[in-house]
Design a protein. Sequence first.
Lengths: 177, 202
Amino acid sequence: MNRTESQDELYQNVAQEYGEALARMVYAYEADAELRRDLSQEIHLALWRSLAKFNGRCSLRTWVYRVAHNVATSHVVRQAKGRSVGTFLTLEEAEAQAGIEDVEDSADRAQALGRLFTLIQQLDPLDRQVIMAYLEGLDAESIAEITGLTAANVWSKIHRVKNVLVRRFHRGDRNAL
Amino acid sequence: MPCDELPDGLKTLWKEAGMHGQVFLPGQLRMEAEKLRASLRRTYLIVSVGYSTAVATYAFIIFNLHYLHNTLMLLGSGLAMLAFGYLVIESLAKRARALPDLGETDGLRFYRSELERKRDWHRGLPWRLQMVLVPLILVGLGAAQMLAEISTFFALVILSWAAFVLVVIGIWGPVKHRRVARKYQDRINALDSAVRTAKIGS
């Protein structure tokens, strides 16, 4: 099998295995439907191109998540255009704001999910990576490998992520979850 | 449901989001990659044609100024050409720089480098604007001097244009871009401080 064929096959396997996770990721990075389509295509294109260089020094999962998050981060920074880069919330800021937010009671899972995506879209890109990897069920070591943070740093962020989620969702989603 | 269990409930909800994973055909992706390359080639072509046109215009101006003997306009247009040439070469060199390998670069390093890139662009812009401003003002003053001999009104129009250019490019532009650069720097500082704090705490 030549290099191009193996790259194509690897891409198709990756897209099958991580396609849903990538779609959720795109949704959480971009609120606008048209830009979401562009971002999704950009991620898949970058993934396909990068797989030609995949050398096995890290796991395929780490590689896929790194490529996808890096493309999405670039997209977010590009879209922010400086004006709103200062308005990204760090987890600490989100934690501080969570207490004062008046969340309406809601039994609707779709609404809860919508709020979750909105919350993630407000966060700083690096914190988005941690929160999404956490929601995908990755452990702290894997998240550390993807993000470049130390495992301790990831643990601390996950702790904050949990705090933010609990505070923001415990009233509204009591019945929904 | 008790609060402690909610994040796990959210994990389930997150996974149930019902997203359909997209799978593109490699042929489609190849076509997209080719489109991107074509668009890059187009940009190079536009820049090159633009630069050639500017050189031709400059030659025309020099030819005319040889008869007009207006030193300010001659100096201004010469400096404008030098500044423009420098900016074109700089922008082409920047485009050719190696991008970090997406799969090899972790999220923190990539995000930081994106913020630095944007900060540096906004930091460098006021200086680039000054490079363009000086020649423009010289050309404006030269034109006003030349026109004053024919009509005071037109000379005043040119002078007000020069003043407007001075305010927009010399004052408003740099202030705006320095402010944006500071925002990116603040974000970088916050990122570094969060990482440092976590390292100390661990």
